[in-house]
Design a protein. Structure first.
Length: 193
């Protein structure tokens, strides 16, 4: 019975053309400056914010000013200690600021890649999410980023391309419905001081 059904299916399909898959999309190779410019354009276009910082020392100085308007922060364990703000440590569900360390970023979509190893609560619960992104991990495409991470992929990767927003109810855009209403990507040009 099974063979008879499969035989009928094969006969019905034998005159159909084989599907042709398109060639993979490729972007021309981007310089670091081009990648930073494209990432900034795309993330900003999605409602995110981008700041460019020279190194860890400059990042620390910028963070001191940025963090002054927050009463506390939840900081991922992947963030280098030099980038912990001088704020009370709070659990993510109470913190107005969450701070993460990106494992990569994608210029073509303005996306930061976040590891599940640091815990998703810090990435999703605070209303403002600050993500430090080493510029050396900024890739032109998602394919390039995933190929670079292939040897050390976490169990899940969060792809954040802007603040959380939804227009499900009444077609009115609301920010912060399913996650932070503000996403700030801080690009760090050099990790050495």
């Amino acid at each position: 019975m099974k063979e008879r059904i499969l035989s009928c299916v094969r006969r019905a399909l034998e005159h159909r053309p084989s599907p042709v898959l398109p060639d993979p999309l490729t972007l021309p190779s981007l310089s670091r400056e081009e990648a930073v410019a494209l990432f900034t354009e795309r993330l900003s276009g999605n409602g995110g914010e981008v700041v460019r910082l020279p190194d860890l020392k400059g990042s620390r100085e910028w963070l001191e000013g940025f963090a002054q308007s927050f009463s506390g922060a939840a900081v991922s364990r992947m963030v280098p200690p030099v980038l912990y703000p001088a704020l009370p440590a709070l659990p993510p569900e109470e913190a107005p600021l969450g701070i993460s360390w990106a494992i990569g970023a994608v210029a073509e979509t303005g996306t930061v890649l976040l590891s599940s190893r640091e815990g998703r609560r810090t990435q999703l619960l605070p209303p403002t999410h600050l993500v430090f992104v080493p510029e050396e991990t900024l890739y032109a495409t998602l394919l390039e980023a995933l190929q670079a991470l292939k040897g050390d992929l976490p169990s899940a990767i969060g792809l954040h391309s802007g603040p959380s927003k939804s227009a499900d109810i009444g077609q009115v855009m609301v920010r912060g419905v399913h996650g932070p209403g503000r996403l700030v990507a801080a690009l760090i040009a050099e990790l050495s001081d």
